[in-house]
Design a protein. Structure first.
Length: 350
């Protein structure tokens, strides 16, 4: 099977597995796991931040960031298509007592500066204070769209004028950096805090890092404990993360090439729409409404052709490239897509 549902299906490399069994260990809750400490230092350096805390997942990292930046009764602005708003089980409301205020994302994954400014609450006893703005880069639900440094700067300026903090859900921030040809730190530099995942394109089995100032990370570390994230001898997980940061960042460019190949092939098929302008990383979202078939129907048909994809709407399908999908397998997936969708096109025109 060619796995294109998500880059979370990546498997650790032999070097990562070896690291899990050979790295020195300690109790991380006591601050004594040397491998976790090394991973946190490396992650903070890559983001240009003072400190970092190792968390079990990107969702835990985002929640810890929100808790550390806000107090109960505050309001957090985010895009209406962000992972924080749509895919984290309302954790900010349930655990933080904060209100999420969604602003429409553009097709490029950005927040329109005028609409963002309009969403900032004015001082009034009827209003919750706007204390945090959250961005996502790359933007998953917008087809892996990449926010530019200009986009980041606009949000930073708006947050600064409002006296609010800026958090970046950078689950795939290294993909964004490669697409822009800049360092990840140059992107993260516009944010007060940033999370990034080790377990997606970087191929480590578990974990994310939440980075920011030392004061912020100290607060976030307490919230991590409150959320059950004290993992004791977590060096077993941190060791593969160190290997991932050393060996798997640059190769993400291969995933972008493979995604572009798939996207262009899909866009050339009858009844299929792909926004090639925003396809800049490893995620393709294609609309199949013009084929006359639902996404679920096409996903099942492609599975019969040994290609796994994910329905993300009635007619929309997501395909994600990663280290587990080679250039040859990309060609095989394209052939399967062309065979299935060419057949659909032929039926529709008959």
């Amino acid at each position: 099977m060619i796995e294109l549902r998500s880059d979370t299906f990546t498997l650790p490399t032999p070097e990562m597995l070896a690291a899990a069994t050979t790295v020195p260990l300690g109790d991380d809750v006591w601050g004594e796991d040397p491998t976790v400490i090394a991973l946190e230092r490396r992650g903070a350096d890559l983001m240009g931040k003072e400190a970092a805390v190792f968390v079990s997942s990107g969702s835990q990292g985002n929640l810890a960031a929100i808790l550390a930046h806000t107090k109960r009764g505050d309001e957090v602005i985010c895009g209406d298509r962000t992972h924080i708003f749509n895919a984290e089980a309302a954790s900010a409301a349930a655990f933080g007592g904060v209100q999420l205020h969604p602003v429409p994302n553009t097709r490029h994954g950005t927040l329109d500066p005028e609409k963002l400014r309009g969403a900032i609450r004015s001082p009034d006893i009827h209003h919750p204070p706007t204390t945090l703005i959250c961005l996502e880069n790359t933007h998953n639900a917008c087809g892996g769209a990449v926010l530019t440094l200009g986009d980041m700067a606009d949000a930073r300026e708006t947050a600064g004028r409002a006296g609010a903090k800026l958090h970046l859900d950078g689950a795939r921030v290294f993909n964004a950096a490669i697409a822009l040809g800049v360092s990840a730190a140059s992107i993260a530099g516009y944010a007060d805090s940033v999370t990034f995942c080790l377990s997606k394109g970087l191929s480590a089995p578990v974990g994310s890092l939440l980075c920011g100032s030392q004061h912020f990370v100290d607060r976030a570390r307490k919230y991590r404990k409150m959320l059950g994230g004290g993992m004791r001898q977590a060096g077993i997980l941190a060791g593969p993360g160190i290997v991932a940061l050393a060996t798997c960042i640059d190769r993400l460019a291969e995933d972008h090439v493979n995604a572009r190949r798939i996207g262009e092939a899909l866009a050339a098929l009858p009844g299929v729409e792909v926004d090639l302008e925003t396809l800049r990383s490893n995620i393709i979202i294609a609309d199949f409404q013009g084929t006359g078939r639902t996404a679920v129907d096409i996903v099942r048909a492609l599975e019969d052709r040994d290609v796994l994809t994910a329905a993300v709407g009635e007619y929309r399908i997501r395909l994600v490239t990663h280290r587990g999908v080679t250039a040859l397998e990309t060609s095989q997936a394209i052939a399967a897509l062309q065979a299935e969708l060419g057949r659909i096109g032929a039926v529709a025109s008959a």
